[in-house]
Design a protein around this ligand. Structure first.
Ligand SMILES: Cc1ncc(COP(=O)(O)O)c(C=O)c1O
Length: 399
């Protein structure tokens, strides 16, 4: 039963009445993941990939098994296409830097959208001496303007970089037409799946992007770990990104040669315990079932939407028909930060501000808004309490 899952999250033992509605920023941590990380450091720890002693070889095996678990979870073609980074942000920076070194030519176009998280904007700005950034428009409702995006794919387009699910509106991108047109012009696609992967089944072999990134900490897993899927043809031709131990074949004082495959992109001691923790959090999600999670969260979000929409003074951003787990809104006459501060006094955690999506905020002509986002520990009671508390805040601030 998903309703009983709160007991798997230790934070509620100390803070029983916490209503946590900021999962889109980072999810709370599940007990089995915390135990896996703690056990790893307590009893199993050694550096990996280089020790011939048992402790090291055992942990190396578990680390590499975790790569296979990740691959299975997203149905990628092989574990060999999974690269561990320190964050999703680093994954996109890795791709932008490597494409700039080995693929982009002056004047090439990178097509993205105005609803991206800064993590899928700034890495492209960093290489913009070489490339021209083209942004597809957003409709007044906050939905991606697919027609505009498709029109902007042409022979100069050398990459399309788009989010799979908006961290502001929860809206899910449909890639069918984008993929078809991209194929016509032979344009690779990078997808930012940070918000999608924790909520909905991902089938990478069906979606078939060139690059796909997401982060462990939004999957009830540890911080400090990102996942980058890269198609084999890019693994073979791009990189390295950083140099150091673990990614080399031979080193002399003035030159070096590098390993092939994902190892080329994993310089230095990797986030070992974090990878072990992610594996445990994926086991937990698999036990609950990602399809069940999607249904449960979709219903809960719908419940919140139906309650909020009854208020004439509340504006919800985005078209609700195609979204899940996130609702962002503003209340007439109340600053979003005042709302969040008073809700915090009632032990409710919501996120406010620009949500690292300043161009999207500009589109709506606002400096920020309030965002409630659900995870598998949330219940209808949480939503009822939020709604009652919003009513009370309105009474205080509007009287
Ligand atoms: C849509 C989206 N992309 C990228 C990121 C960046 O993820 P991270 O901070 O884990 O690197 C986030 C984080 O909130 C996000 O929501």
């Amino acid at each position: 039963m998903i309703e009983n899952l709160k007991q798997r999250f230790p934070v509620f033992e100390k803070n029983k009445n916490l209503v946590f509605l900021d999962t889109a920023a980072s999810a709370l941590k599940v007990d089995s993941m915390i135990k896996a990380v703690s056990d790893c450091y307590s009893y199993e720890y050694a550096n990996i990939h280089r020790g011939i002693y048992e402790l090291s070889s055992n942990l190396t095996k578990r680390y590499e098994d975790a790569r296979s678990s990740v691959s299975k979870f997203i149905n990628s073609s092989s574990f060999e296409n999974i690269i561990f980074t320190k964050s999703a942000t680093e994954g996109i920076n890795l791709v932008s830097s490597c494409l700039s070194d080995n693929y982009f030519n002056d004047g090439d176009e990178v097509l993205l959208t105005a609803l991206e998280h800064h993590a899928n904007l700034v890495p492209w700005h960093l290489v913009s001496k070489k490339i021209k950034i083209i942004a597809a428009k957003i409709k007044p409702t906050g939905e991606l303007d697919y027609n505009d995006l498709l029109e902007k794919i042409n022979s100069k387009t050398k990459l399309i970089a788009i989010t799979h699910m908006s961290n502001v509106t929860g809206s899910i991108t449909n890639f069918d037409d984008i993929k078809a047109k991209a194929k016509k012009f032979n344009v690779p696609i990078l997808i930012d799946g940070c918000q999608y992967v924790p909520h909905k089944k991902l089938d990478l072999q069906d979606l078939d992007p060139d690059f796909y990134v997401f982060s462990a900490h939004k999957l009830y897993g540890p911080s400090g770990l990102g996942i980058l899927y890269m198609k084999s043809k890019w693994i073979d031709t791009l990189g390295p990104y950083q140099g150091g131990g673990s990614m080399i074949k031979n080193v002399d004082t003035d030159s070096s040669t590098y390993l092939n495959g994902f190892q080329k992109f994993e310089a230095g001691t990797p986030p070992i315990a974090e990878v072990i923790g992610l594996s445990a959090s994926l086991d937990f999600i698999n036990q609950v079932g990602i399809d069940k999670i999607y249904e449960y969260e979709k219903k809960l979000t719908q419940y919140l939407y139906d309650k909020l929409i009854k208020n004439n003074d509340i504006k919800i951003y985005g078209d609700f028909s195609n979204q899940t787990s996130i609702i962002s809104f503003n209340i007439d006459g109340i600053h979003f930060n005042d709302l969040a501060m008073l809700l915090d006094k009632k032990n409710i955690a919501i996120r406010t501000g620009h949500h690292c999506a300043q161009p999207f905020m500009k589109h709506f002509n606002i400096s920020g808004n309030a965002r409630a986002s659900v995870g598998i520990y949330n219940t209808k009671n949480d939503i009822d309490y939020l709604i009652n508390s919003i009513d009370e805040v309105k009474k205080i601030l509007k009287s």
